[in-house]
Design a protein around this ligand. Structure first.
Ligand code: AQP
Length: 331
């Protein structure tokens, strides 16, 4: 692994699924790779979600997404943190990739099918989403993409696009690999079923009010086969223990599972422990976010510096691409 890239959409409140599936890994990778770790707030991607996109809030959400990532531990002095639309080479490369991506490769994407099924009118931006994602990654020639499981299919498509470009125009791009957090590749939502997802409204926000988080935890579904407190429960059948596994020490989780199986413990007790353990992780993030909110210039300056560094790399790639695809180059 020599260079990583990953992105997050400013399409709603950043949630514990984003944190556990992606951001926590980003922080570790950033510590290892420094400026070779590129993290991007993908605002052009957010335009493809008609339910969440609002021109009057996009800029603020983009800013907040950067702030939350910094609060969660991404240090912009070490890593390259920037906003996608500040580096126009992403969309330029996306166009080139569009010309060599078969339509069928895009219509078979699971995320496209799922999202398109929920929309009355399907815009081509939604279809092209993974092509722009491929450009986000390959414009930096990144070889590793730390993501949640939901993005694996898109990274495979990125590899195909890289392969096709290389076959047509000569060796240019690496074939990047997805890197999953093995402990939380797919964090379920508070319904306990679907993936936690901004657009499904089944999230726990990283900066959400504590009381609101507790209310959500309190209402998490129990093992459906445990009717009375005296019934033994199966911890594998409730999202309460899934979440507990993300936040609490292993020994504590094992002990509570044991009690739950023996009907020695009520779910509410486990939920209280889950809340406390979760807040131990979230509170420092929220405190840092409060500090950063007092210094918005610090966040903005960091993003501009990140874009400057990212753009230097992206421009070099685009010069190579323009030449290889045979465009008339300006003198
Ligand atoms: N539930 C999840 N479990 C593990 N990883 C997740 N990610 C998202 N949800 C989960 C990962 O977070 C990174 C940023 O995601 P994103 O916001 O850019 O894209 P997304 O997957 O579309 O996020 P949402 O919240 O699910 O948004 P919508 O509602 O628009 O679909 C990615 O690495 C993603 O894998």
């Amino acid at each position: 692994m020599t260079r990583v890239l990953s992105g997050i959409q400013p399409s709603g409140e950043i949630h514990i699924g984003n944190y556990l599936g992606a951001i926590r890994q980003w922080v570790e990778l950033g510590e290892r790779l420094g400026r070779e770790a590129f993290f991007c707030i993908v605002d052009y991607h957010a335009l493809t979600n008609p339910l969440a996109y609002d021109p009057s809030t996009l800029a603020q959400r983009t800013f907040e997404a950067a702030l939350v990532n910094m609060a969660a531990g991404l240090d912009p002095e070490r890593v390259t943190l920037f906003v996608q639309s500040h580096v126009p080479e992403h969309t330029e490369l996306a166009w080139v990739f569009t010309t060599l991506t078969p339509l069928g490769d895009l219509t078979r994407m699971t995320q496209f099918k799922d999202k398109a099924a929920k929309q009355e009118a399907v815009w081509s931006g939604l279809l092209m989403y993974p092509v722009l994602q491929a450009a986000d990654i390959l414009v930096y020639k990144a070889d590793t993409v730390p993501v949640g499981e939901d993005q694996v299919q898109h990274i495979e498509l990125t590899r195909e696009i890289a392969r096709r470009f290389n076959a047509l125009f000569g060796e240019t791009f690496p074939e990047p690999e997805a890197l999953l957090n093995p402990e939380a590749p797919r964090v379920p939502g508070i319904d306990g079923k679907a993936k936690m997802s901004k657009s499904l409204g089944n999230t726990i926000g990283l900066l959400e009010d504590e009381r609101s988080i507790w209310e959500k935890i309190r209402h998490l579904p129990d093992d459906p086969q445990r009717i009375r407190l005296a019934d033994p429960g199966d911890p594998e059948r409730t999202v309460v223990f899934t979440y507990l596994g993300y936040f609490a020490p292993k020994e504590l989780v094992a002990a509570l599972k044991e009690e739950y199986r023996k009907a020695g413990i009520g779910t509410l007790v486990v939920k209280r422990i889950l809340f406390e353990e979760m807040m131990k992780v979230l509170r420092p993030i929220r405190e840092r976010a409060e500090q950063l909110k007092k210094h918005p210039d610090h966040v903005m300056d960091a993003l501009l510096e990140g874009a400057r560094r990212a753009r230097a790399v992206a421009q070099a790639t685009m010069e190579e691409v323009r030449e290889k695809v045979g465009l008339l180059l300006p003198a």
